[in-house]
Design a protein around this ligand. Structure first.
Ligand code: HEM
Length: 189
């Protein structure tokens, strides 16, 4: 997916790549969510919320399975090779919950464009400090969408999938901009 201006639907290609060396320009992110998509997101979130802890763990275990290089960025999981150990790890559970609680804040501010943008830009700036490259952000969205499908069961629909994809496109593109802003700031001595 590209961080495209006025993207009405996700485009093919990759999102959030190439920000590591600071050469890439900020993308103008104008991802628009229709009123219906916002409604669908809010409504489904109420159900996902009941399973946040499980969704958070599944999301990150799968992320580490499909992209093991992401594990190295988390100091505490770096040397854990056993996926089962990860699944039951208190730290992974805590990290999953932090991410899910951020998604909750995003859903709560879905109609407040300015506040939402600032919140996500700040998260992107923090990820620069964590050395977590933008090229991995889109995978989190993919795994989130895979993880919520069994939770929502028959309430799952293509429109719902599309709405969450758009929201994650916005999150990943805006985090990438925050990452790039922090990258350009002079280093503190
Ligand atoms: C949509 C994508 C992502 C979201 C929404 C997200 C969200 C978060 C949140 C809310 C925190 C806690 C921030 C705080 O303490 O205030 C965090 C921390 C962190 N994230 Fe992410 N993250 C994403 C992607 C990633 C990826 C792909 C990586 C690594 C490859 C990563 C690595 C980290 C690390 C190392 C920390 C700090 C340690 C920790 O809190 O456990 N993040 N993330």
């Amino acid at each position: 997916m590209g961080c495209s201006p006025s993207a009405e639907t996700p485009r093919s290609g990759r999102a959030g790549d190439g920000g590591e060396d600071g050469r890439e320009e900020d993308d103008a992110v104008r991802v628009s969510l229709s009123a219906e998509s916002r409604r669908v997101i809010r409504q489904s979130w109420r159900e996902i919320q009941e399973d946040v802890s499980r969704v958070g763990i599944i999301m990150f275990v799968r992320l580490f399975e499909t992209h093991p290089e992401c594990k190295d960025i988390f100091f505490i999981f770096k040397d854990v090779d056993d996926v089962e150990a990860l699944r039951t790890s208190r730290e992974l559970r805590a990290h999953g919950l932090r991410t899910m609680s951020f998604i909750e804040k995003t859903v709560a501010r879905i109609d407040q464009d300015e506040r939402l943008e600032q919140l996500i830009l700040e998260l992107g700036r923090k990820h620069y400090r964590y050395s977590a490259s933008p090229k991995y952000y889109e995978y989190v969205g993919t795994e989130f969408i895979r993880a919520i499908q069994p939770v929502l069961k028959e309430r799952w629909s293509p429109a719902l999938e599309e709405a969450w994809k758009m929201l994650f496109l916005y999150i990943t593109c805006t985090m990438k901009r925050g990452f790039q802003q922090a990258q350009r700031e002079p280093a503190h001595t």
